[in-house]
Design a protein around this ligand. Structure first.
Ligand code: DGY
Length: 423
């Protein structure tokens, strides 16, 4: 692989480093984002182990007492972003948003720990692992207690931004009951940095803001929000990612000799393994998000549907059905994995989560396929991801058709995935 790309990727991480946390992109996303940091830490780990651990430690400094870990930490204000801390009004120091994001951090922590062990630095990093472990436990318990009130083994999301796949069509129908009549006037900032055709629509933004106003009116009481939100969806992406993360946290609990926590985590894994079938859409033959208020499946094959392998689910029939989707989509586009099935009429190759490819999702899909023994498919995921970066640089996302850039440039997590996956 070309070594200048390694240097460029490291330079992007250094340039986006704000002394202890990394902004995803200096203009569009000028704060610390939760799951971005978890991927960024993987990138730092290859050339600055201490800095990799600091990324997670900084993120967890913003954790709330009940275990909740916010999706944005506003370590310093920046007028170039909307909605900023005064809109969220979460009343925290540091200022944070009031929603969370996909729980990738435990999986990253396990990877950082394995890497420290391989480098013979266990003694140095064990105290840091010991300090982070209870924080991860608290966050995962928060998911159990607040975001799975019916004990189904899936994750309830109450805002499309929590899923990370902001404007996926999965949220269109479940978003209809959101009352946008009182949202009021506001000025978006994202479309002053980026072409509007790459971003969510005004209707989607109105819904995002109505949900922020809803949470703020409830004082960001997460249990109250989960009991009353007009938007309550079991997200296939977060559900798969949490199952994976619980397995990784369990491995760390065993490593640390935390038997009580290990038993707790085993229970969570077993509950998710038993319950996640609720997200299998038998008509579509696919893992799909599902509206918790109506029981309706999204019916969309998205990149998140392929995270079942990453979650460690093994089922010959379901795997075969997913691999059939994989082959069909792989024949339709040059670069896997489009965020939306290209056979969907709503597929758009540059509009945010309605078509483009994200390197981080590819990394999770590829890792899962590899672990489950689907080596040819895993190789294609990796090769396509690296080819996109070689073709167009370190973009936020890429067209699956022609590799053209979508979203922000010099993107931290894309640089991190290059560093973690190219060598
Ligand atoms: C945004 O502002 O577009 C973000 O995705 C919210 O997390």
């Amino acid at each position: 692989m070309p070594t200048d790309l390694d240097g460029r990727a490291r330079a992007i991480l250094r340039a986006n480093d704000r002394a202890g946390y990394t902004v995803p992109n200096g203009q569009v996303y000028p704060f610390q984002w939760n799951w971005d940091s978890a991927f960024v830490a993987l990138g730092f780990d290859g050339f600055d182990r201490d800095r990799a651990w600091t990324e997670l430690e900084t993120l967890f400094r913003a954790q709330w007492e009940d275990g909740f870990l916010p999706h944005i930490v506003f370590w310093q204000d920046d007028p170039g972003y909307f909605p900023g801390p005064s809109v969220w009004a979460a009343g925290r120091t540091p200022a944070t948003s009031g929603i969370t994001q996909p729980p990738v951090a435990a999986t990253t922590l396990r990877s950082l720990w394995n890497s420290a062990q391989s480098a013979g630095e266990s003694d140095l990093y064990r105290p840091r692992l010991e300090a982070l472990f209870p924080r991860l436990m608290a966050w995962h318990r928060w998911f159990r207690d607040v975001r799975d009130p019916d004990r189904r083994g899936v994750v309830m999301t109450v805002h499309p931004w929590e899923t990370g796949r902001d404007n996926s069509p999965e949220w269109d129908v479940p978003g209809e009951p959101i009352d946008i009549s009182n949202v009021g006037d506001y000025v978006r900032r994202d479309t002053s940095h980026l072409d509007a055709k790459e971003r969510p629509t005004k209707l989607e933004y109105d819904r995002y803001l109505a949900l922020v106003q809803f949470g703020r009116a409830l004082g960001w009481d997460h249990r109250a929000i989960a009991a009353a939100s007009p938007f309550r969806v079991a997200d296939v992406g977060m559900s798969m990612i949490l199952l994976r993360a619980n397995r990784d946290l369990l491995a760390l609990a065993e490593e640390l000799g935390r038997t009580a926590e290990a038993a707790e985590l085993r229970e969570l894994v077993a509950r998710a393994e038993a319950g996640i079938d609720w997200l299998w859409d038998g008509e579509k033959h696919c893992w799909c998000s599902r509206d918790l208020l109506t029981g309706r499946f999204s019916g969309f094959v998205t990149s998140a549907s392929f995270l079942s392998f990453y979650a460690g689910l093994h089922g010959p029939d379901k795997d075969a059905a997913m691999l059939t989707h994989f082959e069909r989509i792989g024949d339709r586009v040059r670069y896997l994995m489009p965020s939306l099935d290209p056979d969907e009429p709503g597929f758009q190759m540059v509009r945010y989560w309605r078509g483009p490819v994200w390197a981080v999702v590819n990394y999770m899909i590829g890792t899962g396929l590899d672990e489950c023994g689907y080596s040819a498919q895993a190789r294609r995921m990796r090769a396509d991801t690296l080819a996109l970066i070689e073709h167009s640089g370190f973009q936020e996302a890429y067209s699956p058709v022609d590799a053209s850039a979508s979203g922000g440039g010099d993107f931290s997590w894309t640089a991190a995935i290059w560093l973690a996956w190219s060598s």
